[in-house]
Design a protein. Sequence first.
Length: 85
Amino acid sequence: MATTDVLAPIRYVVDANGERTDIVIPVTTWQKMLATWKEVVELQEDQEDSVILQDWLQRRASGAAETVPLDVLERELLADGLLPG
């Protein structure tokens, strides 16, 4: 769906001076916009994760990456609430 198709049903509320003050968006349009936004955020996060991984792989290949034993990592993740305990 093209941007112009999504924006077509949007209506504007104007004040006495004709200035736009609010926007009225049909629920279906809003839901599509939220779904698209969620996809964009997820793609951005995936891209950021890839950059972090590539950086770490380069540091590991050069011997500059820091490593920790798995049990230490697990304790830290549990303490930070990132793993169910």
